[in-house]
Design a protein around this ligand. Structure first.
Ligand SMILES: N[C@@H](CCC(=O)N[C@@H](CS)C(=O)NCC(=O)O)C(=O)O
Length: 298
């Protein structure tokens, strides 16, 4: 490449300026807490600190699926983590996840709390704890883990690569958008070819592999992430992904899971914090704001 914006890297990189872009104010080259902040603790066995991004939604969908099957031990308190304000760098959050990324979960049901971080690890932890949404045979389980790990390794090219350069970077760089659009389309084709012959990702059953992959690639196919990208990537062409994405989207626990810790979309679809199943009826953001404005008028 050539041109006046060409960059010659120095011998040693230094953090001298913010890079610009959507997350510039929270990006740092060092790990660890930036401030002291204890986390709230609710009454349920599972404590979740998250946000309704694709990585966050994986866990809330799984918990709602488990509750729909009647597993009471999956009752959870979901706290909203504002990553744009740097809440993932508070000391309480970092104690659960030293990597400072949502989702982070604490299981308080045993003699000592167990911390779980990384959305794939959380899905596997919950699947094993409740023996649900994971095939029981060695072969089926292996197929499921193949696809779960595929998702964990592939989505950073979609999110950190394509999504970053298409939506968040302060300038549109053709080289980067091209590179990651090509890779994202290749990944969609991997899924499309698999789903042409299979109803679900693994072992002919709906599993944590579907939950993980749907959160990213299903939502991408449904046009829910990165404005404009559905048309740009021509997601409608991936027919089998479209069929599978719509089928999963129709599940009521998936709809509920997508509402939890959400601060985007229509107000009645946003349940910032979830502490009880009834919160879906009474605590969505439209109701909270209506109650606030009534109080002001009194
Ligand atoms: N591999 C991690 C990725 C989690 C992740 O990237 N979380 C993002 C939101 S989707 C985050 O918390 N970003 C905050 C930051 O980078 O400071 C997982 O799957 O749990």
């Amino acid at each position: 490449m050539s041109g006046s914006n060409e960059y010659t890297p120095p011998k040693v990189w230094k953090w001298e300026k913010q890079s610009g872009g959507t997350f510039a104010n929270i990006n740092r080259p060092v790990a660890g807490a930036t401030h002291q902040k204890d986390l709230a603790v609710g009454k349920h066995p599972i404590q979740l600190h998250s946000l309704a991004t694709p990585n966050g939604v994986k866990v809330t969908v799984m918990l709602e699926e488990l509750l729909a099957l009647g597993f009471e031990g999956a009752e959870y308190d979901a706290y909203f983590v504002n990553i744009g304000e740097g809440e993932q760098f508070g000391s309480g959050f970092v104690a659960i996840n030293p990597n400072s990324k949502i989702p982070a979960m604490l299981d308080n049901s045993g003699p000592a709390p167990i911390r779980v971080f990384e959305s794939g690890a959380i899905l596997l932890y919950l699947a094993e704890k409740f023996d649900a949404f994971i095939p029981t045979s060695h072969e089926g389980r292996t197929q499921c883990l193949n696809w779960l790990f595929w998702q964990m390794g592939s989505a950073p090219y979609l999110g950190g690569g394509f999504g970053h350069f298409y939506s968040y970077a302060p300038i549109k760089i053709e080289y980067c958008i091209d590179r990651f659009a090509m890779e994202t389309k290749r990944q969609l084709d991997v899924l499309d070819q698999h789903l042409a012959d299979n109803q679900f990702m693994a072992a002919q059953m709906y599993s944590i592999a579907d939950i993980a992959i749907w959160a990213w690639y299903g939502q991408l196919a449904l046009g829910r992430i990165y404005d404009g990208s559905a048309e740009f990537l021509d997601v409608g062409a991936y027919r089998h992904v479209q069929r599978w994405a719509a089928e999963i989207d129709a599940r009521p626990p998936v709809k509920r899971g997508c509402m939890v810790n959400s601060a985007r979309g229509e107000l009645h679809t946003q349940l910032r914090e979830r502490h009880d199943a009834s919160d879906f009826e009474t605590k969505t953001q439209d109701k909270i704001e209506a109650a606030k404005s009534q109080d002001i008028q009194k």
